[in-house]
Structures are given as C-alpha cells and as structure tokens.
Design a protein. Structure first.
Length: 52
C-alpha cells in the first residue's frame, strides 16, 4: 500500500499486490520427495493408435 496523494479534501491510497513469480519446472521438481509422489497408474495394454 502506498500513499499517492494527500490534499485538504482527499487522501488517495494505492494498493499494490506483490508480484509472484511463476515457479520453474526445475524448482518444482526439486521439492518432490518420496512421500509426496503418487504411484503410477496401470491403464492396461494400448488400444487403437496409441502404440506407434
């Protein structure tokens, strides 16, 4: 929050949200542990054109 302008009749306050940087894939993968990983899901054999 910043004070933009103060006059006899008005006070203008500008609210500024902090900019959050989007995390990189590398930083997200670095936070992975054995306890927060999901087990693989077996979907069965390929059907149709899935297996090229």
């Amino acid at each position: 929050m910043t004070l933009e302008e103060v006059t006899k009749d008005h006070v203008i306050i500008k609210i500024v949200k902090p900019i959050r940087k989007r995390p990189s894939l590398t930083s997200l993968l670095a936070r992975m542990t054995d306890t927060n990983q999901q087990p693989p899901v077996e979907l069965g054999p390929p059907i149709g054109n899935e297996e090229l």
